[in-house]
Ligand binder design. Structure first.
Ligand SMILES: Cc1cc2nc3c(=O)[nH]c(=O)nc-3n(C[C@H](O)[C@H](O)[C@H](O)COP(=O)(O)OP(=O)(O)OC[C@H]3O[C@@H](n4cnc5c(N)ncnc54)[C@H](O)[C@@H]3O)c2cc1C
Length: 402
């Protein structure tokens, strides 16, 4: 059982500015903790109970940008022991038959200096969420309202200084504000399953680029791995409904020979993959944060890290409001200005990766071989690519190839 931080350790000045956070998923929960760290009081609402919030079976790949945020919030020491670090990332284009290995030597100097030799970390939702919820429950500055009765009529709610909409991709808050969104469902769905594998190492993560879609193999420790298998939608749903033995047969058929599957630990689940971007990131004192504002293909494990980079910007701006360096009125505009470049470039980059690598076009093969060949041979290009994957396209000063 994990120890929750003591009340005094997480106490923030109560009073001052008050925010209401709608949605206690991984984005809303961390946004609430970030606001508390910035000196705000927070009311956090979700129609799900604490137990239901912690129950999803999925694992996230965390990048350096998420580590940096957790460090700033003094949460890293608490969360890191629950994460599985990996110090090698193997990018394998099976169509072009090229492999590129990223190692800690490819980290940007700022990240290498941090004393961490990990490129990234894998964390399970069902260990991460209870920990975040315990931190929230331990804070005097948070009023947690969880369960079906926690989402009363927003018109009847007490006024607060700021509303954070972290209520996911089908955000009711976004609709209520009249903020439109641009969304496109990929023809691929994503299938997740937890397996044990021979031929894979606990400190290595793999992104296999297959013609039918990317396939991630993420270490969970003790030879267990989370598979994130993108496949055409119909096939993904068919695979999801297969009995375990038939599913394992299909899996063995698509994995390279070096991986041998030993066991399946859960029922594989398929979920739709879409590109979503809201037309605006704020309106009438409400900010859209996380998947209520954007969603991207899981290739490269960007999704939740991108959500948490929203939280990182919210944290900085909320602190400036607390210190009187930014007026509350201008917070929404400042948030939008800071978030648009990262959001648009990350969504574009993940979409391009899928378009270029998820196909059987012979015409693209020379380009793919050239790109991966250059990456394999040119350390500066690897460092640049890893910095983009780790911290987003807008945080790559000092890592661009000369
Ligand atoms: C089935 C599935 C499997 C996935 N698997 C993976 C994976 O393996 N790896 C990975 O990296 N990513 C995965 N993802 C994506 C990942 O879950 C998202 O990136 C992440 O959950 C986004 O967090 P969020 O907090 O922004 O949104 P969500 O996690 O969607 O949280 C939104 C919260 O808002 C609450 N809410 C809804 N309406 C209201 C309301 N009106 N008022 C208040 N609260 C409300 C919901 O109950 C929910 O708790 C998966 C997604 C799905 C759907």
């Amino acid at each position: 059982m994990l120890a929750a931080p003591s009340r005094s350790a997480r106490r923030a000045p109560v009073g001052g500015f008050v925010a209401r956070v709608l949605g206690a998923g991984p984005t809303g929960a961390l946004a609430a903790l970030a606001l508390v760290d910035a000196g705000w009081s927070v009311e956090l609402r979700d129609p799900l109970s604490a137990e239901a919030l912690g129950q999803r079976r999925r694992a996230y790949a965390f990048t350096q940008s998420s580590r940096e945020l957790l460090e700033r919030l003094n949460l890293w020491a608490l969360i890191e022991p629950q994460l599985i670090p990996f110090d090698q990332l193997q990018l394998w284009d099976l169509g072009a038959d090229r492999v590129v290995a990223f190692s800690p030597a490819d980290l940007a100097p700022r990240q290498a200096r941090s004393g961490s030799s990990a490129i990234g970390w894998i964390g399970r939702h069902d260990t991460l969420m209870p920990l975040l919820l315990r931190c929230l429950a331990a804070s005097d500055a948070v009023r947690l309202q969880l369960g079906p009765e926690a989402v009363p009529d927003p018109e009847a709610s007490q006024r607060v200084d700021l509303v954070i909409a972290a209520d996911g991709p089908n955000s009711a808050t976004r609709s209520r504000l009249g903020v439109g969104s641009w969304r496109r469902t990929y023809r691929q769905a994503c299938l997740t399953a937890e397996v044990s594998l021979r031929g894979a190492v606990d400190t290595q993560a793999w992104e296999l680029l297959r013609p039918e879609g990317p396939f991630a193999v993420l270490p969970l420790g003790e030879r267990r791995f989370q598979l994130v298998w993108s496949a055409p939608t119909g096939r993904a749903h068919q695979l999801e409904s297969l009995p375990a033995s038939a599913f394992l047969d299909r899996l063995a058929g698509v994995l390279p020979d070096r991986f041998q599957i030993e066991d399946l630990f859960d029922q594989p689940r398929a979920y739709p993959v879409e590109l979503l971007i809201a037309h605006r990131l704020h309106r009438n004192g409400t900010l859209l944060v996380g998947e209520s504002a954007h969603r991207c293909h899981p290739v490269g494990g960007q999704g939740l890290n991108l959500c948490w980079r929203d939280v990182a910007v919210l944290h900085q701006l909320a602190r400036r409001v607390t210190c009187g360096q930014l007026s509350l009125r201008r917070l929404g505009d400042a948030y939008g200005r800071r978030r648009w470049p990262d959001l648009l470039l990350t969504l574009l980059a993940t979409d391009l990766l899928v378009r270029i690598f998820s196909n059987r076009s012979q015409a693209l093969l020379p380009l793919r071989r050239l790109a991966l060949g250059l990456l394999a041979r040119w350390p500066r290009l690897r460092r640049f690519s890893l910095a983009v994957m780790s911290s987003g396209p807008c945080a790559i000063q000092g890592s661009a190839p000369e």
